[in-house]
Design a protein around this ligand. Structure first.
Ligand code: SME
Length: 159
């Protein structure tokens, strides 16, 4: 196993411990954003957008203040939401419709998630470095959203 894989395993284990026993979706989104921002190098923004009606609305995040509402289909977040699949953007300037929140961002990954089978939001991670995100980061961040969803679903199934 590579050092990178071990580090990812450590991060997932730490996140699992952080979320254990806490079903509140906002508290967990806040701690996930903080931990990813703190532990993964070369990031300038990490945060959540939640589906509210037919719009994505800004949730807990780390980084510069960001746009509060993104329509489905708009920007990388809206595209990932509409397609319901992870989008990796090696060069944000080459992504038509990319929404600039922090001009320092050069590459981006957006991971959508569903709670109880319903699309619920996205995890958005930006980097000031081009081509920062690859398969390893996609795998890691999809595992992170899976942990988040697990915690949310524990909340919805608790009597
Ligand atoms: N760049 C995103 C907007 C959100 S910010 O990066 C925080 C997009 O194009 O959807």
């Amino acid at each position: 196993m590579s050092l990178a894989a071990l580090a990812d395993g450590d991060l997932l284990a730490e996140l699992r411990a952080l979320l254990a026993g806490e079903p509140d979706p906002i508290a967990n989104a806040a701690n996930i954003s903080a931990m990813i921002f703190d532990r993964l190098p070369r990031l300038n923004w990490v945060g959540f957008y939640f589906l509210r009606g037919d719009v994505l609305v800004l949730g807990p995040f780390q980084g510069q203040p960001a746009c509060t509402r993104i329509k489905l289909g708009q920007g990388v977040c809206g595209a990932a939401a509409e397609r319901n699949e992870t989008i990796l953007v090696p060069d944000v300037h080459a992504f038509e419709g990319h929404i600039v929140c922090d001009s320092a961002s050069l590459s981006e990954i957006v991971v959508p998630f569903s709670v109880a089978g319903q699309f619920s939001g996205v995890l958005d991670v930006d980097s000031p470095v081009p081509n920062r995100f690859g398969v390893a980061e996609q795998t890691l961040l999809e595992a992170v959203t899976a942990l988040y969803v697990e915690a949310c679903e524990a909340n919805t199934t608790t009597d």
